[in-house]
Write a protein that binds this ligand. Structure first.
Ligand SMILES: CC(C)(COP(=O)(O)OP(=O)(O)OC[C@H]1O[C@@H](n2cnc3c(N)ncnc32)[C@H](O)[C@@H]1OP(=O)(O)O)[C@@H](O)C(=O)NCCC(=O)NCCS
Length: 168
């Protein structure tokens, strides 16, 4: 399936922009509702300061309520997706797909060759999302998540060096 066939258009009127410290109250609310072991506020603050760390929010347009976010590192031609979440009341409307599409485009512009991430083995929603973007399973990190002892599935997407009608 080519990306053109993937339904990535959000049904929400949203815009994607860089995360700032002013977003962190809303981001933290979503984070706590989304993960058994949420990131701390301090961790988000640190991400906002690190030069290789990128953080973006999807905001309602208007009036600007934060609906989701994506954090990744861009190091040595590799993008590592570290965090992605959407407000529970606004899920299944294409917002994560928009954020991921943004990260793929951004990464390619910066010369990334591969995007990688870890996902809980049981997180079929996220795995399905990544499969829509043609991420492939690359291995398992046994008992990666200390809260539950669950394995992580490593998933990767190699980016084509040149864009074409069928490449990502
Ligand atoms: C995973 C998550 C980010 C998806 O966000 P979303 O905005 O609802 O995702 P989208 O609407 O863009 O959905 C894209 C695809 O994801 C998959 N998906 C999302 N929700 C799903 C669900 N409830 N059941 C099955 N598949 C689902 C589907 O493949 C979907 O494509 P489709 O609608 O064409 O079937 C969201 O559920 C979330 O925040 N979960 C908690 C945090 C988390 O698990 N983050 C990922 C960490 S690796």
């Amino acid at each position: 399936m080519s990306l053109n066939e993937v339904a990535i258009e959000s049904r929400e009127p949203i815009e994607i922009r860089g995360m700032t410290e002013r977003d962190l109250d809303e981001v933290m609310q979503i984070e706590r509702m989304s993960f058994p072991t949420p990131w701390s506020r301090r961790l988000f603050e640190r991400e906002l300061l690190m030069p290789y760390a990128q953080a973006f929010v999807a905001v309602e347009f208007p009036p600007g309520k934060v609906l989701g976010y994506l954090c990744f590192w861009l190091v040595a031609r590799e993008t590592h997706i570290l965090n992605l979440a959407v407000h529970p009341e606004r899920r299944r409307r294409g917002i994560a797909s928009r954020l991921l599409r943004f990260a793929v485009d951004y990464s390619r512009e910066k010369g990334t060759e591969e995007i990688i991430l870890e996902v809980r083995r049981s997180n079929y929603k996220a795995i399905s999302l990544y499969q829509n973007f043609q991420f492939q399973p690359q291995g398992i990190r046994p008992r990666y998540y200390s809260d539950s002892g669950e394995d992580a599935v490593i998933m990767g997407l190699r980016l084509a060096k040149q864009t074409s009608a069928t490449s990502l």
